[in-house]
Design a protein. Structure first.
Length: 95
């Protein structure tokens, strides 16, 4: 079953799969999942979408600050793509 997405407030995409994505200005995305969050470096494109810098996904933000594994990073990237696509936006992933 495909996840469902909603826009509870401007610049926030929420998934019923347990994560949300917030657009933080023109140069960042904040990903939230299970009490954790990470700021992802990104750039808003002139067209509808973002360039997402996967290498910026390294550690969860405070207070945890634990390292994000390669598998977690891949899942986060997939979730970011799905969330943006649900709103008609693209995600170009750069490493």
């Amino acid at each position: 079953m495909e996840p469902k997405y909603s826009r509870p407030r401007p610049n926030v995409i929420e998934s019923d799969a347990g994560f949300s994505l917030e657009v933080v200005g023109r140069t960042g995305l904040r990903y939230h999942e299970g009490g954790h969050s990470v700021l992802i470096d990104a750039e808003m494109l002139a067209t509808k979408g973002f360039v997402v810098y996967a290498d910026s996904i390294k550690k969860w933000d405070a207070p945890d600050k634990s390292r994000i594994s390669r598998q977690e990073r891949d899942r986060i990237i997939d979730n970011v793509r799905l969330a943006l696509a649900s709103q008609g936006e693209s995600a170009e992933i750069y490493n």
